[in-house]
Design a protein around this ligand. Sequence first.
Ligand code: ATP
Ligand code: MG
Length: 225
Amino acid sequence: MSKSNIRANNLVYTIKEGQSARNILNGISCEIQHGILTTISGPSGSGKTTFMYALAGLIESLQGEVLYGDKSIYDLRNTQRDNFRLNNINFIYQHLNLFGFMNVEDNLKLNYMLRNEKVSKELEACIDKYLEIMNLGNIRKKEIQSLSGGEKQRVAIIRAFVSGADYIFADEPTGNLDKKNSLLFMECLKDIMKESQSTVVLVTHDKKILDYGEQQLIIEDGKLV
Ligand SMILES: Nc1ncnc2c1ncn2[C@@H]1O[C@H](COP(=O)(O)OP(=O)(O)OP(=O)(O)O)[C@@H](O)[C@H]1O
Ligand SMILES: [Mg+2]
């Protein structure tokens, strides 16, 4: 099932606003091809983050279907779905979701800790490599809450890079980064995709990064255009 396409079938997500209802996702169907970079762009508030949450199995009361290969992620029971996500998906959240009271290194190893897996020498070397590349070599032991916005963003990126997940969802991963670090991110992402054939879905407004997208989706008003 890993390394398969993701298929979204007629996704509708409705919220109540006072007496009325509003469709945040308004019937989205598409196929996310495995092993390539799919970009998502569109105006603020159009539903990009919600769509990625839907694809990653994070929305309860979603209508429609999300298939990884022939497995419907919303048909999995809660713990099974959590396990599926833990083993297959890494999400770089728009608001990063790092643990402020833990240091950089422990945040980077979090997926492995949650999976009760030993941190191998290879993984340590991999973490060292990306900390070096992203110019964070000296902050391994620092607590997250003491980092700048751009430093935090790079930690969240490295966590996805070393997660070993087949599917990476990245929600405006370069939003807090300068040009140099944005390019570094893209170079590393390309290498990782080549090495491990990961599937990457990435929301961005950055034209330079959009140009890397092999499949480019645009969302407006909860619909693909
Ligand atoms: N759980 C929720 N409850 C109420 N409104 C929500 C909820 N989730 C999303 N929304 C609304 O749905 C719309 C789409 O939100 P979403 O975060 O998906 O947009 P976005 O395209 O990612 O925007 P941005 O570019 O600003 O990050 C917004 O109007 C937002 O306020
Ligand atoms: Mg968003």
